[in-house]
Design a protein around this ligand. Sequence first.
Ligand code: HEM
Length: 498
Amino acid sequence: MTSAPLSPVRATRVGLPVGLGLLAGVPVLLLILATLGALTQTTVEGLPIVPWQTLWGLPLDRWLRDIAATLVLGFVVVGALLLPRIDMRLIRLASLAALAWLVALLVQIPLTVSEVLGRPWTDSFDPQIVGALLTQTQLGQLLIAQIVLVALVALLSWAILGRITGVIVLVMAVVAAVLSALSGHSGLHSGHTSASVSLGIHLVSAGVWVGGLIAVCSYVARHPDSGAVAIRRFSTLALVCVILLAESGLLNASLRVDGVASLITTAYGTLILAKATLLAALIVMGWRQRRYVVPHADSPVGRSQLVRFAGFEVVLMGIAIGISVALSRTAPPAGAIAGDRITAGALAILALAVPLVLVWAGARPARLVRWTVAYPEPFAVLLVVVTFVMGAVVPSGLLGIGVAAVLASVILVLTGWAFAVAALGPRGVAAVLLAAVLWPGVLLVERLLRANPVETYVQVGAAAMLGVGCILALLLLRHRPTAPVQVSTPAREEMVVG
Ligand code: HEM
């Protein structure tokens, strides 16, 4: 397929659409919370009733807080420090994002009162109660410190005149973001210093990476002359951020999740698995960008290609942030025990999403291609049979739940990988359609046969949708070779994709 580069006029309009990709996280967040029943008002005798407005409002407010913090960090880093010259437009945008962050923090106060005391949101402004929350609890004191810092960031951004003032504003934004980490699952448990520190690093690296990418797209569209420098510098910064993000995320997860089996047998673990898979997909995209786009950053074609890649990346990042907020509203698991079953979501991620990322990254060994090329349909059947067996039987506890969970995960990924390779062969469409039809059925039957099901039909339905989505995504990959992007000579200013 051949596509023309963005014209300068279209290019100026790309910053906002790229940023809007972050909104993809909102439906994902609400869908996950709805399937977990976290948006429905419940009555447990003796406990305060949290109104539904608060159950919806708190995660949405937290999402706004995380997105605003992300934009502030990224825009200040790129606008004040990364570029050859300070870009005041990016700094002003950072100030606007800081205002949104401030609003989210202020709204968090009555929502927290409402959640803790089980009052309607509108009755949660009582000055005495709000005063007690802010002065007598750790959460309240952290909120005050954040509010002061974020207000200063919003104001002082207008006073950034050079690199040094830029660094001062950035340090304040970083401290405010780290304080959020102290108020999550990690921070409110005493003695969890490493959990809080790692979550702080996680939040800052996510912010600089995601917000920085949007800032660079916005800058490159307006300054084609110095865009190449910005792209190259950001590419290195993004690499550092991804390493820190993965390391801190995995460390934090290991502190919250008791044993590897909890990753596939609990809702909290499944969400972590989903985030790790998304991060792997983002790493594949980032690698392709470094390999095929960054070397051509001097040409208009290279820059427009960066913006196209970035649009897709930001959607995936938005989904990752939506899942993260859902994670922060989900209770960490107590630890898996023998007899716990693999969740439908984990089955979909291991058998379909991970193999999809593998084949997308180009992992299509010649031997596997040879085995699967002639008869791809049996691999679709094998996939659903293995999924059924793993969901129904494993981990049984015979080997110890940890070993059984690892074995089951490896078997699911290998079977899914063989199916994905088969699906990309010349006769693969039939296998794709067969799997898309059988997949929801196998999850449903498996759920029906469970003696003591812990998952609702809504959760199973969401996993069925995720699986079918991954299976159909294979159709899109069928026409793409392993190295999909070649940028032609700048003279022709034309790009060949796929
Ligand atoms: C290997 C991949 C990853 C792992 C293992 C991981 C793990 C975690 C864990 C355990 C938490 C704490 C949740 C809690 O409070 O219970 C967290 C929070 C968070 N993660 Fe990740 N993460 C990963 C990738 C990502 C990615 C790719 C992004 C964004 C692009 C991201 C953004 C966030 C954000 C914004 C939060 C804070 C959510 C909140 O408290 O509102 N993470 N992550």
